[in-house]
Design a protein around this ligand. Structure first.
Ligand code: NAP
Length: 309
């Protein structure tokens, strides 16, 4: 299938372009970006022009930051195209619900991707936790914003969600692997005095079985980076490390599963999008975004030192 990639920046270049190139399902037929392009691929700077001139491209993948994304997604759906959304799927829950309604009305596929859910050991973690009694779950997501988001000012603007940009990856894993739904009961959000979004956050959740569920996100981590989820149960402890790439159960690392035909988070996302388009499916799980919205609603704000690149 022909696909157009929109917003040729860091994630499009690092992950989307190579994943599409390696897939037998997809043919990268056009890009849309004001500054970026992909060698050998027809490039447009205006989205409406691409939609009008390329009716043969039935699928678009949007790699823009969340705030501008809705206008592009709505235009694509209005033009009868299937749409794949980078995470987070939008800047607000309401705009995501509106996109889903448009997709349903137009019988189009819409995919809110959560790349961390496709990390190598996440599926095993989910299977191990099914049926176990959770007593405590602790998320620690600490990374250096200067290393991972150099110069990206949109993350500090309203809708850029700050440290929740990586933190929502942890929430996407938690909402997949836990058999029960949790909801936020309290949060502390640390805002640099000169910025509109938090640089750190501490979250607490209600768990229906009484487990203590908490998360700590911090963008001020230098040196070693930490993307860890520890799930303690009445029958053992599971630890997901490196954002879901490594798994330890009761102190031992279970052997990694045999490599399937699809290696990597983004190749698996594109394979799923191909299946969704093939079946007319919609996958818009907004649970991770709901927790972020709740944190902004319920969170206590504390001011911390100004942030400069
Ligand atoms: P980015 O490089 O800062 O931006 C991507 C592209 O979006 C830019 O190159 C720009 O292309 C376009 N863009 C930016 N602002 C725009 C606006 N106001 N209107 C229209 N186009 C605009 O960001 P990124 O790191 O690739 O992240 C994009 C999305 O992917 C985010 O939602 C992020 O959470 C997600 N993501 C990022 C990573 C990562 O490691 N960076 C990992 C996973 C997911 P032009 O200027 O050429 O139009």
């Amino acid at each position: 299938m022909k696909i157009a990639l929109v917003g040729i920046g860091k994630i499009a270049t690092d992950q989307h372009v190579p994943s599409i190139a390696a897939s037998a399902d997809w043919d990268l037929a056009a890009t849309v970006s004001r500054h970026g392009s992909v060698p050998g691929v027809e490039s447009y700077t205006d989205f409406d022009t691409m939609l009008a001139e390329r009716p043969d491209i039935r699928v678009v993948s949007l790699c823009l930051p969340p705030v501008p994304r809705h206008a592009y997604a709505a235009a694509a759906l209005r033009a009868g195209r299937h749409v794949m959304l980078e995470k987070p799927p939008g800047a607000t829950l309401s705009e995501c619900h509106a996109l889903e309604a448009m997709a349903r009305a137009g019988r189009l596929s819409l995919f809110a991707t959560w790349h961390s859910r496709e990390a190598a050991r996440v599926a095993e973690a989910r299977a191990w936790l099914a049926g176990r009694e959770l007593t405590r779950l602790t998320v620690t997501w600490k990374e250096d914003v200067r290393r991972w988001h150099p110069g990206q000012d949109w993350i500090w603007e309203p809708g850029g969600i700050g440290v929740f940009d990586p933190g929502i990856n942890a929430l996407s894993i938690v909402t997949l692997i836990l058999p029960e739904a949790v909801h936020l009961t309290g949060a502390t959000l640390s805002f640099p005095a000169n910025r509109q979004t938090p640089i750190a956050a501490r979250l607490r959740f209600f768990h229906p079985g009484g487990a203590q569920v908490s998360a700590e996100f911090d963008w001020r981590q230098e040196g070693d980076q930490t993307w860890t989820i520890v799930a303690e149960t009445s029958t053992g402890i599971l630890t997901l490390l490196d954002g879901g790439a490594r798994l330890i159960i009761d102190g031992a690392a279970p052997p990694a599963p045999e490599d399937g035909p699809l290696n990597g988070e983004y190749p698996r996302l594109y394979a799923r999008m191909a299946r969704l388009v093939g079946t007319g499916g919609i996958d818009m799980d907004l649970a991770p975004l709901a927790h972020v919205a709740d944190a902004f609603m319920l969170g206590r704000r504390e001011d911390v030192a100004p942030f400069h690149w």
